[in-house]
Design a protein around this ligand. Structure first.
Ligand code: UN1
Length: 525
């Protein structure tokens, strides 16, 4: 498990990536797409890689005045952008997608190095960005509404969608760029302008995206203020959430954070789109194809080191196959290659920081106090290549669903094994028996079981999969979940509607003025 990556070629590799993506030693606090601001006199944050502890670069942190400046610029840009025909806006997004294709390897590498996910997943993340650009380009010619027949003669009714204004995007460290792009590219073709506050843990990938976008904006002679970036901490998120000038705030992260955003936006009757914690389960029935299931379970539980909101956290296994599944997992887990995320043999990189490691260790301690049995893993790795203290061995714990720790989302690679007996309904009840409702899956070749899982008394999650794991959703579907996951939907399908304001229009082309519901209201003249 020792890391094999050579440090010298890596330094060169990272230096090249930073240069290609325009990352400086010290980066300004905000960008309005064309212009960077907040060059000095701000507090700073130095970003180190969770992979090896090396400093990548420093960012200036925006203050309240910077925020205000960005909002004002965005308001001006909105006046221009909303008048640009939607397919033309789509053309700009198409060019952004092309630019992302060109920088896919470099950006994927920076995602990997700054956040800690393995390079393959870094590339996957950039691919999600490219895919949503393609989706948004098509969407730019399909922002459609319904027409309805009026109850009144010679009247026509229809519905249309108009741009909303400024969309605030608060993104999390675990998908530092993809989730922003899901929001930003759709919002952009919808005619909105975007203010992005990336996670303060991973702002550099955000800076890189702004540089990429800048080239496109310049070539298209577009004004500043359409795609904005503001680097800051929770204070900036709070300003945005309370700000009436921002009609929609889309936030991804913990339920704790989401509640704060939701309350602040709700208090001013703004719109919020929340994509918060998950507590995702895979059900394994007696009819599961175990070979397939095993791959999905391991990818879901340890992929991104358990730091996806879609990560598999609970495995609900029929008692008749429980021992067999446990044995198979216990064979695979100890051999999973843990190491530097840019080493091509690694499958598990580090956790984002030491706080995440502490949360992992504390959860394991608490769940054992509650009666759980740690079957494998749980160690914090040290020694050669693991000096950062951010690498852990993924854990498997035998547990019961009602345990407090099992009910929580611990953002780390802990997989709880839970036994069920009898019919699939019992497994579904366990699966639904948590506060969160993002993703869920069943492995079964029985139509009766899989249809029950998908039925109206089945999974209560926003995502329910059959013979596929809980993570790794495609961008074409609406992404999000129920209950404490927040209820928002991003990405594909008709998720675009939240980025627009809806208007119902009734047009009278007669010479009379009949009232709806047959009401008589004749005035004398
Ligand atoms: C997230 O973890 O916030 O479905 C997003 C997935 C990815 C997106 C995850 N496409 O796992």
């Amino acid at each position: 498990m020792k890391q094999t990556i050579e440090s010298l070629p890596l330094v060169k590799e990272i230096t090249d990536v930073l240069q290609q993506l325009g990352i400086k030693e010290v980066n300004p606090a905000y960008s309005t797409g064309l212009v960077w601001g907040g060059h000095e006199g701000r507090s700073t944050r130095t970003i180190t890689s969770p992979a090896d502890g090396n400093t990548i670069a420093t960012v200036n942190m925006a203050n309240a005045d910077d925020y205000d400046q960005v909002v004002q610029t965005a308001q001006e840009a909105f006046k221009v952008w909303r008048k640009t025909p939607a397919p033309k806006r789509g053309e700009v997004v198409r060019q952004i997608g092309d630019r992302l294709r060109k920088h896919k390897e470099a950006l994927g590498k920076l995602v990997s190095y700054e956040m800690g996910k393995i390079y393959q997943e870094g590339l996957g993340e950039v691919q999600e960005m490219i895919d949503i650009c393609d989706f948004a380009v098509g969407l730019s010619r399909q922002l459609h509404g319904f027409t309805m027949h009026s109850e009144r003669p010679q009247h026509r009714m229809y519905e249309q969608y108009h741009p909303l204004g400024i969309v605030g995007v608060i993104s999390a460290f675990n998908f530092p760029v993809a989730v922003w792009s899901w929001n930003a590219m759709l919002a952009a073709v919808c005619g909105d302008v975007i203010i992005w506050k990336p996670s303060e843990k991973t702002p550099l990938t955000g800076v890189a995206c702004q540089h990429i976008i800048r080239e496109v904006l310049t070539e298209n002679e577009l004004p500043e203020g359409i795609f904005n970036l503001i680097i800051g901490d929770a204070e900036i998120g709070s300003l945005m959430s309370h700000d009436k000038r921002v009609p929609l705030v889309s936030a991804t992260g913990s339920t704790h954070m989401g509640k704060k955003v939701g309350e602040a936006v709700g208090a001013r009757l703004g719109k919020s789109l929340l994509e918060l914690g998950g507590n995702n389960a895979i059900i394994l029935t007696e009819n599961a194809d175990l070979e397939m299931a095993l791959r999905a379970i391991v990818f879901g539980a340890v992929g991104t080191c358990g730091q996806r909101c879609t990560s598999t956290r609970r495995l609900i296994i029929h008692e008749n196959i429980y021992d067999q599944v446990k044995e198979r997992l216990l064979k695979v887990y100890p051999n999973l290659p843990i190491g530097h995320p840019l080493d091509s043999t690694t499958l598990i990189g580090p956790l984002i920081d030491k706080d995440a490691v502490n949360a992992f260790s504390n959860a394991l301690e608490k769940v054992q106090q509650e009666g759980g049995t740690l079957l494998t893993g749980g160690e914090v790795l040290s020694g050669d290549g693991f000096e950062t203290g951010t690498y852990v061995k993924p854990a498997i714990v035998e547990a019961e669903n009602h345990y407090e720790m099992v009910q929580e989302e611990t953002f780390a690679p802990i997989l709880y094994l839970i036994k069920y007996s009898g019919e699939v309904e019992n497994a579904i009840e366990i699966q639904n028996g948590v506060r969160q409702g993002l993703s869920s899956a069943i492995f079964s070749t029985s139509l009766l079981e899989t249809e029950a899982f998908l039925s109206h008394w089945g999974s209560d999650c926003g995502i329910a999969n059959v013979n596929i794991g809980t993570s790794g959703a495609e961008i074409g579907g609406a992404f999000g979940g129920e209950k404490e996951t927040g209820g928002g939907r991003e990405s594909g399908s008709d998720a675009w509607k939240v980025y627009m304001r809806r208007q119902t229009n009734t047009i009278n082309y007669s010479r009379e003025l009949p009232l709806a519901q047959g009401i008589k209201f004749d005035i004398m003249d």
